[in-house]
Write a protein that binds this ligand. Structure first.
Ligand code: ADP
Ligand code: MG
Ligand code: ZN
Length: 627
């Protein structure tokens, strides 16, 4: 029964109370509508006096002549008519005959039984409902294993976790993260044949923590484990534990484990565990009570079941550094599996998986796609092929071709394509800006080569210069960083050289942000400045706002200003060189701008070809990964 008694009871109480008063007003035994208007009373003696003085105009008798509502004229108040209520001494036939004599209009209203019954019902029904309501409320709170604070039981009915009896995902569907798969293969065996381990006294791990950036397949992997082992999959996201009401999260944890125990063996998957599992007591204001309670409950539950009940908890996070150490100690999430973004080989395998159900033309080489997509995660690649399939369908083609793939890559990286600008001054300025990036990127040896320059807007950008991404090799040299800074400054340098200092635009805002961030990291993290090999700042983590504020003073005020000085020096040095490159190559820059305005897009080879007619283009060393 999905119907929630709790809600009913909660709402019934106040409604009952309100209803009671309303009902009383309408149905309590009444003298009819006129009674409301005659709240002023008059004594019987006074009434007789009035009668004597002929001040009474009408009389209505109620309740078998026990009460009367009379209308009387008040000579003191300009003969205004007053409505008054009189209690009579019982059935008085003389009064009736007197009224008749006097010619006063009168009426006798019989006592209505109907009204009396309603009155009794009205008086009884609400107390009865109230008692029933209270009874239900107490019954609920006694039943559902809760101590105080459980009466309302908010967490109970909002079961926010989901259960899949069969996930339908197999290890075959997960590609490119072989090491992770191998480690987790064992978990499948734990679930399928626990005897094998318990027989020799091995303790089966309770928790596995999957660590990796978003989209690398953590959720998929957890589902695959459940799928391979053929067990139900319970999942909840850490953020769903955290609620406005203190105690709700904890009660959800309890619920989740209760359900899981009923369905063991099974997998409990907690996504984004960092949302609840952050270090306790961190942050401004000493942390969040609700979160801590939830976390404590989670820890308690994990300790509370034996390793052999057949429940394995898999949690995912991309921020293992912020997790509370209590979560990571043995007996909890003691297994940690890294799920990283795939390398080129992994990307190829993932593309294989997702190309299975798509129609690709023969000219498509998945290897070429894998080479073009360094840094893409599994989710990006899945999205890429899906976008390409949508484009193919939209273009009414039989099978997907490389054009669709190219368009889809651009779209996944930079967003939707817009309509090209018409030729105008601002289009020229954008053209100079982009050609500026591209020419600096081409002429600085350590910079990645240009892939294409385009004036077709995409996402937020009015124009774009694409560089060939290099396979991530982990280490980046100082000269490469300087080259990147110069490349990023190329746009602004071109604007300034061609249009003058007063005409530069806001278009470079993003570039400058990147430039500053890179230069600052060179100084404070990589020891690449005159300040020497010092690490002055740890990696930015805005998670613990408070802690960062506290930790700001790793260095003195004096060092702080020297850092600023060094950052400035790096950027200025790079900017000078960039300006120089633009000035020295003004002729070819002008020619390239004309070309890109005419054609909207120039590809890298053509670009280099034209530049090489004027100056020597340095040969770039490229790392080509083997497959
Ligand atoms: P995460 O949980 O790490 O953020 P998901 O598991 O939700 O990532 O991945 C989202 C989608 O991306 C998956 O449903 C799947 O289609 C695709 N995907 C991600 N990683 C992989 C992978 N390694 N192999 C195959 N598909 C993947
Ligand atoms: Mg996920
Ligand atoms: Zn730019």
């Amino acid at each position: 029964m999905k119907f929630s008694w709790r809600i009913l009871v909660l709402w019934t109480l106040p409604l009952l109370v309100i209803g009671f008063f309303v009902w009383q007003g309408i149905f309590s035994p009444s003298l009819g509508l006129s009674e409301n208007a005659a709240n002023t009373r008059m004594t019987y003696g006074r009434f007789l006096e009035y009668l004597e003085a002929h001040r009474i105009t009408t009389v209505d008798l109620f309740e078998g002549g026990r009460t009367a509502i009379v209308e009387a004229i008040d000579p003191d108040l300009d003969n205004r008519i007053q409505r008054l209520r009189v209690d009579l001494p019982g059935n008085t036939p003389e009064l009736v005959s007197r009224l008749r004599e006097e010619g006063i209009s009168f009426d006798i209203h019989p006592a209505s039984n109907n009204g009396a019954i309603w009155g009794i019902v009205g008086n009884l029904i609400f107390p009865v409902l109230l008692i029933v309501g209270l009874f239900l409320l107490f019954r609920r709170s006694n039943n559902v294993g809760g101590g105080p604070g459980q009466a309302m039981n908010f967490g109970k009915s909002k079961a926010r976790f989901s259960m899949e009896a069969k996930t339908g995902v197999m290890f075959d569907d997960v590609a490119g993260i072989e090491e992770a798969k191998e480690e987790l293969q064992e978990v499948v065996t734990f679930l399928k044949k626990p005897e094998r381990f318990t027989a020799i006294g091995a303790r089966i791990p309770k928790g596995v923590l999957l660590i990796g950036p978003p989209g690398t397949g953590k959720t998929l992997l957890a589902k695959a484990i459940a799928g391979e082992a053929g067990v139900p999959f319970f999942s909840i996201s850490g953020s769903e534990f955290v609620e406005m009401f203190v105690g709700v999260g904890a009660s959800r944890v309890r619920d989740l484990f209760k359900k899981a125990k009923e369905n063991a063996p099974c997998i409990i998957f907690i996504d984004e565990i960092d949302a609840v599992g952050r270090q306790r007591g961190a942050g401004i204001g000493g942390g969040n009570d609700e979160r801590e309670q939830t976390l404590n409950q989670l820890l308690t539950e994990m300790d509370g079941f034996e390793g052999n009940t057949g429940i394995i908890i898999i949690a995912a996070t991309n921020r293992p550094d912020v997790l509370d150490s209590a979560l990571l100690r043995p007996g909890r999430f003691d297994r940690q599996v890294n799920v990283d973004a795939p390398d080129i080989k992994g990307r190829l395998e993932i593309l294989d998986v997702h190309a299975r159900n798509k129609k690709l033309s023969d000219e498509i080489s998945l290897e070429a796609i894998a080479r073009r997509t360094p840094g893409f995660t599994g989710a990006d690649l899945a999205n890429l092929l899906n976008e390409a399939a949508i484009l193919t369908a939209r273009r009414r083609k039989e099978a997907m071709e490389m054009v669709e793939i190219d368009d889809a890559i651009d779209r996944v990286i930079a967003g939707m394509e817009g309509t090209p600008l018409v030729d105008s001054k601002s289009k020229r300025l954008i053209a100079y800006h982009e050609v500026g990036h591209a020419i600096v990127g081409t002429l600085v040896k350590e910079h990645d080569p240009v892939q294409k320059v385009t004036l077709i807007p995409r996402g937020q950008a009015q124009g774009l210069t694409w560089f060939m991404p290099s396979e991530d090799q982990g280490l980046i040299s100082k000269s490469q960083l300087m080259a990147r800074i110069m490349g990023a400054l190329g746009g602004r340098a071109a604007e300034e050289t061609i249009f003058g200092d007063a005409e530069v635009t806001t278009g470079a805002g993003n570039d400058l942000q990147q430039v500053t961030a890179m230069a600052r990291q060179m100084v404070t993290r990589f020891g690449m400045s005159d300040l020497g090999p010092l690490s002055l700042e740890s990696q930015q983590s805005e998670v613990f706002l408070g802690r960062d504020l506290m930790a700001r003073s790793e260095y003195s005020e004096e060092i702080a200003s020297r850092i600023d000085g060094q950052v400035r020096a790096i950027v200025e040095h790079c900017y000078d060189k960039t300006l120089q490159i633009i000035r020295e190559n003004r002729v070819v820059v002008d020619r390239l701008v004309d070309l890109v305005i005419e054609k909207e897009t120039i590809n890298g080879d053509e670009f280099r070809q034209i530049v090489s007619e004027y100056v020597q283009v340095p040969e770039k060393e490229r790392f080509i990964p083997q497959l």
